[in-house]
Design a protein around this ligand. Structure first.
Ligand code: G3P
Ligand code: CA
Length: 300
């Protein structure tokens, strides 16, 4: 399956749909992305985690529509790859928790994303598990997802989920983003962050597209932060692992684009947590309940 996906990527590149800059281009000085297109006084940004996932099924188009309806521009997602090489939006590496895959394909345990074709995944109901009003909601392909985010005039924290399972997914993901118009200057400057728990994956993204803003998911030791700042613009840590001192240590460094290193913390779903994180000076709060976080920040 990986060979097929790699072949698809090569074929697209060979057809002239070049996503990636040439070696000469990568050697040019970077165009530093702005701090997510907002001034520091607008911080922290509120990011709807997997969409507004407390109110609509996670990682579906309904979840990003819900975020938009609630007035949130920033959404977060998780990107994985099907058996036949399509990129889809899914958090778990199996389809079991958030779709009716067990019902439709009872003999296909453990129902891994990577064991199903895009056509099979397109048949799944990704909404009923969350609530009957979402019955028929689908697992979006990355292409479908990007079109909806664009339509909604939203901004995206894009996560390569378990990239070690999907060799070459970074190049492939960037290719889709390019085709959907998300690697132009306007988007790169203020609408896109690409993050992963895999430092290797973040490094790969930075190498392939040095202009794109990146985030490493984790809480590295303070002494190790400078090495992360060479390829990541953000250190995105779970909110239970951070302190004011840790946030200061992040801000004291500069990322690969010469701007202060940032931190988007996750997943903060209550008012005290939001106030605490904001008090530390974080740049963004990733939350299933963006309305709760917004209200807490306004009242603080
Ligand atoms: O964006 C941060 C968060 O999404 C990382 O954790 O497991 O929800 O993808 P997870
Ligand atoms: Ca995620």
């Amino acid at each position: 399956m990986y060979a097929r996906a790699a072949a698809t990527t090569v074929a697209l590149l060979g057809a002239g749909a070049l996503v990636l800059p040439t070696a000469a281009a990568t050697a040019q000085p970077h165009t530093a992305p702005a701090a997510s297109g907002t001034a520091r006084h607008d911080r922290p940004l509120v990011v709807a985690h997997r969409g507004a996932s407390a109110y609509a099924p996670e990682n579906t188009l309904a979840a990003i529509d819900k975020a938009r309806a609630m007035g949130f521009r920033w959404v977060e997602n998780d990107v994985q790859r099907t058996k036949d090489g399509e990129l889809v939006i899914m958090h778990d590496d199996t389809l079991k928790r958030t779709t009716n895959v067990e019902e439709l394909f009872p003999d296909r345990a453990p129902w891994k994303v990577a064991d199903f074709t895009a056509a099979e995944i397109a048949k799944l109901d990704a909404g009923s598990w969350f609530g009957p009003e979402f019955a028929g909601e689908r697992v979006p392909t990355l292409k479908q997802y990007m079109r909806r985010v664009s339509h909604n005039h939203q901004k995206l924290v894009f996560e390569f989920k378990k990239p070690e399972l999907y060799p070459g997914i970074e190049k492939q993901g960037l290719q889709v983003l390019h085709k959907e118009g998300w690697l132009d200057r306007r988007h790169v400057k203020s609408r896109l962050v690409i993050q992963s728990f895999s430092a290797d994956s973040v490094k790969t993204v930075h190498k392939l597209r040095p202009d794109v803003k990146t985030g490493f998911l984790g809480t590295p030791a303070v002494a190790d932060l400078p090495s992360y700042a060479r390829f990541a613009d953000q250190i995105n840590s779970t909110h239970t692992s951070i302190s004011a001192d840790y946030v200061s240590a992040i801000h004291d460094l500069k990322g690969p684009h010469g701007k202060p290193l940032e931190i988007f913390t996750w997943t903060v779903n209550d008012a005290p947590g939001a106030v605490r994180a904001a008090g530390f000076g974080v740049d963004g709060i990733i939350t299933n309940k963006p309305d709760v976080v917004r209200k807490a920040l306004r009242e603080d």
